[in-house]
Design a protein around this ligand. Structure first.
Ligand code: PMP
Length: 376
C-alpha cells in the first residue's frame, strides 16, 4: 500500500547512462554462452525505501548487482518477477504482448510478498524504455520473427536479518536471449506430480509469481526430465485436480458425454494457479472465434482426463505460457498409466492448438493488427 509523502514510481524521471563497452550480439540461434544467459547492453534499476519511496529510475549498463549477505531476499525469498517477450514483427516493428497484464500481475505479486506497490503503467513505461534503447540492436530488423525475453524483478534488499517486511527493495528489468522452447518434435510429455508433492495449496501463494514457487518445484521436474518427460502436470488435492503444467497453464479439449466439444482449464478462484497472460488470451479468443466450442474454467481431475481418453473423447491437450508458448501435449503419464493424446493430422498438434498458436503469433508479430500487440 502506497505511503503518503513518499515518491511514487515515476518513469518520466528515468536517467540514461549508456554503456561504453557494448556487448556482442550472438549469432542467430545462440542463447547462452558457457551456461550464462546472454543479456542486452543495458538494464533498468529503481531503488525503493519505505522512508523515501521510489528513487528516480536509472537505465545503465547491464552488470552485477551489489547486495549485502544479510539482504532480505537471500534469506526470506522476498522476491517476485515477471516474464514477457518483445517480438520483432514481420513488418519490422517491435512489439510487446499485453505488457499491461504483466505489470498488473507484478504489482499483485509484489504486494503478496511484502514488497512495495507502484502504478503498473510506470513499470510498463520502463519496460518500453529499455526496449527502445536495446531493441534496435538486439532484435535486429534483419531477423523478423525473433524475440527477446524481458524479466522485471523486485527483490528485498534491506540488509538486516530478522523475519520482517523489507524496508528497502530494488526493482530491475533485464532483457535476455532465450531459445524458442517449442514443443519437442512429437509433442511434450507430462508426468503427473509425485504423490508427496504439491506446487500450490488453498491459502498459499501459487497464484503469485514469486520465486518461492519455483525453486521447490525443480526436484520433481529434474526427476521427470531424467525419465524423458518434459514437465510436471501438477495435481492438487485428494482427487488429483489438474492445475498447471510446469510453468505453463494446462488445457484439454474433450467431447462431453452429450457430444459437445469443450475447452477446459483450471479456474482462478481458489488461487492455486497463475493467471497466465497466454491462458487468458487463449480463453478470450476461443470464446470470440470458436462459438461452437464451450469454454470452461472449472476444477477437473486427472481421472476425468483418463476416463475421457478411455472413452475416446479426449481430443487434444496443450500447455500455454510465455516460455513454451502454445505447446501440444502428446502424453500424460499418471501412476503407471499412459494417456496418449492425438497430435493431429500432421503430428504437430491438434487443430485448435495450432489455430490458437497461429492467432497469438499473428498478434505478436504484427500479422494481425490487434490492441494486444503494443508497438514499442
Ligand atoms: N503458470 C506458471 C506457474 C508460470 O510461471 C507461468 C509463466 N509466467 C504461466 C503459468 C504462464 O503465464 P504466462 O502466460 O503469463 O506466461
Amino acid at each position: 500500500v502506497a505511503q503518503p509523502n513518499v515518491n511514487e514510481l515515476d518513469a518520466s524521471k528515468l536517467t540514461y547512462k549508456f554503456t561504453d563497452m557494448p556487448r556482442e550480439v550472438p549469432a542467430a540461434g545462440v542463447h547462452q554462452i558457457n551456461g550464462n544467459s546472454v543479456c542486452t547492453d543495458h538494464m533498468v534499476t529503481v531503488a525503493w525505501s519505505a522512508k523515501n519511496g521510489w528513487a528516480a529510475p536509472e537505465l545503465k549498463p547491464y552488470g552485477p548487482l551489489s547486495l549485502m549477505p544479510t539482504a532480505s531476499v537471500l534469506h526470506y525469498a522476498t522476491e517476485c518477477f515477471e516474464g514477457l517477450k518483445a517480438y520483432r514483427g514481420v513488418d519490422g516493428k517491435l512489439r510487446l504482448f499485453r505488457p499491461d497484464c504483466n505489470a498488473e500481475r507484478m504489482l499483485m505479486s509484489s504486494v503478496r510478498i511484502s514488497l512495495p506497490s507502484f502504478p503498473p503503467k510506470e513499470l510498463e513505461k520502463l519496460i518500453i524504455a529499455l526496449m527502445s534503447v536495446d531493441g534496435p540492436k538486439w532484435l535486429s530488423r534483419e531477423r523478423p520473427g525473433s524475440f527477446i525475453y524481458l524479466r522485471p524483478t523486485i527483490i528485498g534488499t534491506q540488509p538486516q536479518l530478522g523475519v520482517q517486511a523489507p524496508s528497502e527493495a530494488l526493482l530491475y528489468i533485464i532483457a535476455s536471449y532465450m531459445p524458442v522452447m517449442d514443443a519437442p518434435a512429437g509433442g511434450m510429455k507430462l508426468h503427473t506430480s509425485p504423490n508427496d508433492m504439491v506446487r500450490a495449496w488453498v491459502g498459499g501463494f501459487g497464484y503469485a509469481k514469486v520465486g518461492a514457487n519455483y525453486g521447490p518445484s525443480l526436484l520433481a521436474t529434474q526427476e521427470a526430465r531424467a525419465r524423458g518427460f518434459g514437465q510436471i502436470l501438477w495435481l492438487y488435492g485428494q482427487n488429483g485436480e489438474c492445475t498447471e503444467a510446469g510453468a505453463s497453464n494446462f488445457f484439454v479439449i474433450w467431447k462431453t458425454a452429450e457430444g459437445k466439444t469443450q475447452l477446459v482449464t483450471a479456474p482462478l478462484d481458489d488461487r492455486l494457479i497463475l493467471d497466465g497472460v497466454t491462458r487468458r488470451s487463449v480463453l478470450q479468443l476461443a470464446r470470440e472465434r470458436v462459438p461452437e466450442m464451450e469454454v470452461v474454467e472449472r476444477k477437473y481431475t486427472i481421472d476425468e482426463v483418463i476416463k475421457a481418453h478411455s472413452e475416446g473423447r479426449l481430443v487434444e491437450s496443450f500447455a500455454a505460457g510465455t516460455a513454451y508458448f502454445v505447446c501440444p501435449i502428446s502424453l500424460i503419464h499418471h501412476r503407471g498409466t499412459d494417456v496418449d493424446i492425438s497430435m493431429g493430422k500432421a503430428g504437430e498438434g491438434g487443430s485448435f492448438t495450432l489455430m490458437a498458436k497461429g492467432w497469438l503469433k499473428d498478434i505478436m508479430y504484427g500479422g494481425e493488427n490487434h490492441p494486444w500487440g503494443v508497438v514499442v
